[in-house]
Design a protein around this ligand. Structure first.
Ligand SMILES: NC(=O)c1ccc[n+]([C@@H]2O[C@H](COP(=O)([O-])OP(=O)(O)OC[C@H]3O[C@@H](n4cnc5c(N)ncnc54)[C@H](OP(=O)(O)O)[C@@H]3O)[C@@H](O)[C@H]2O)c1
Length: 246
């Protein structure tokens, strides 16, 4: 991990920030992408820069603006001179029950969860090939087993799982491409998930009878980047066993 340059999308908060902290603690230099969470991104940068000055750069972008995506890679390489890993973590998440699906909802969910990871990966590929680098896509166990009322989100993450395998084929042998499918780690901040009964229902479906921690995802990202040289095209569920119990 030492000296690697890693771009983490949606890295300012929650699972993305935990991932940044772990990769940084292991010696990586980071480009933390954020959209609206500027104050959280700046706070994370100053926290990590106190450990190693100059080790964290920030980039702001709405990932739905596809034309902007190659520039995120250019800015990373301009700043640190290389790119070793891309972590596609940013994601939008909201219900789209059948009968109420709009083109805007489709564009947002498919855009952040599938289209942006593709166009970022495409732009990053030459740099990643140079470094024998890798891509880690943050998927979801619901890419395989649908979450009711989340038709478009499920499809977007299903597409991301497929994209992970396609990119592994396309970018081999120089670049490894893998995914992680989290189960219940952090509850969404809005919506029906605030309800205690729904949370207990989901926890009850895990084998380990608890939610995971953001660092469970972070340490799997770290493993796939730094300690898994013979793994590509795979998606690892980090879900307390929920996916074998659905
Ligand atoms: N949390 C869980 O339990 C869980 C379960 C299954 C899968 N996952 C997956 O794990 C990853 C991290 O989960 P999380 O709960 O930490 O994610 P999150 O908080 O819902 O979202 C992460 C970040 O994505 C960014 N984002 C959303 N739409 C964007 C857009 N159009 N352009 C740019 N950035 C955008 C936001 O950045 P700003 O705040 O800067 O706007 C947000 O902070 C996601 O891929 C998620 O699908 C999480």
């Amino acid at each position: 991990m030492q000296g690697k340059v890693i771009l983490v999308t949606g890295g300012a908060r929650r699972v993305g920030a935990a991932t940044c902290r772990r990769l940084h603690a292991q010696g990586a230099n980071l480009v933390v992408h954020y959209r609206a969470s500027e104050s959280e991104a700046r706070a994370l940068q100053s926290e990590l820069d106190q450990v190693r000055p100059g080790s964290v750069a920030l980039v702001q972008a709405n990932l739905l603006e596809t034309a902007r995506l190659p520039r995120l890679i250019d800015e990373t390489v301009t700043h640190f001179g290389r790119l070793d890993a891309l972590v596609n973590n940013a994601s939008s998440f909201f219900p789209t029950p059948l009968g109420e699906i709009t083109e805007d909802g489709w564009a947002d969910l498919i855009g952040s969860n599938l289209k942006a990871p593709l166009f970022l990966s495409q732009a990053a590929a030459p740099q990643l090939k140079r470094q024998q680098g890798c891509i880690v896509n943050i998927v979801d166990i619901h890419s395989e087993r649908p979450l009711k009322r989340y038709v478009v989100y499920n499809a977007a993450k299903g597409g991301l799982a497929s994209l992970t395998r396609s990119l592994a084929v396309e970018l081999a042998p120089e670049v490894r491409v893998n995914g992680i499918s989290p189960g219940p780690i952090l509850w969404p901040e809005e919506g029906e998930w605030m309800d205690e009964a729904s949370r207990q229902h989901i926890i009850g479906r895990t084998l380990l009878k608890r939610t995971g921690e953001p660092d469970d995802i972070a340490r799997t990202v770290s493993f796939l980047i730094a300690d898994a040289p013979y793994i590509t095209g795979q998606i690892i569920a980090v879900d307390g066993g929920r996916s074998v119990n659905l």
